[in-house]
Write a protein of this length. Sequence first.
Length: 300
Amino acid sequence: MVTMMEPLTAANTTPAPAPSAGMALPWLPEARTLVVAGRGELFFRHHRHPDPNAPTVLLLHGWTASADLQFFAAYPALAERCSFIGIDHRGHGRGMRPSVPFTLEDCADDAAALVRALGVERVIPVGYSMGGPISLLLTRAHPDLVQAIIVQATALTFAESGLDRLRWRTIRLVGPLLRSWAYPRSVRAVLRRLLGDDHDFREYSGWIAGEINRNEALAIVQAGKALSLYDARPWAANLGKPAGSLITTKDHLVKPRHQRALARALGATVEEIDADHLAALVNPTAYIAATLRLLDAVTA
């Protein structure tokens, strides 16, 4: 049951450091909050295309990101082609801060509740990294809401080998790092290295750093644990929806062969880009073009 929906104001969103004078901001669609009884307050972006027959894309971001951080580069191009909804998952960005531990299933149900509350009949989930499992779980639990699926830089499971499982056991170390005084400074240093002096998004580095610092440390650790336990291999091939897959061929976080295994399971149309895991930020031109081609493929 929906109990409240209103435009985003200082009174109904998680506070964050105010942008400094002169800080450049990218174009961001309307922000809103929605309180759903039994779930909590959801933060989301919503763009409505003037054509009522245009598809609606549901943007599901990755671990430690937010809808804005993951997809802001694609917002303008998507706005020309479709309606879209971008939700911040639990503990990420401006997402809800519930008292219960983070689960991917809860994130999928949050997204479904939002779609239903907005009166949208069907959506095309676009799941990047952690958003991939959430999109598949959404499709599995709420197939009536899903028109097609697009997965990006993600996999059927993130702990296939013993080495993978060993790496995930160190995830608890992320919490102290996120709470440390040095973390904001390290974020800025990493952004300077990634974006360089000539990158189109260098001017947004201050805004990007501020958005990264919104995350809740405990939820991020719990989300990492949830990813380590996720395994869609027994059921992904049975979802029965048109699918597209964007594969980042230089990905050091989610190996390309694992991404291709997911694409095969879904019977997906595949687009490959020569990029690492942060393709949406570092290689936006290639990322946007591939995303639009996949959108065309699954709606053809």
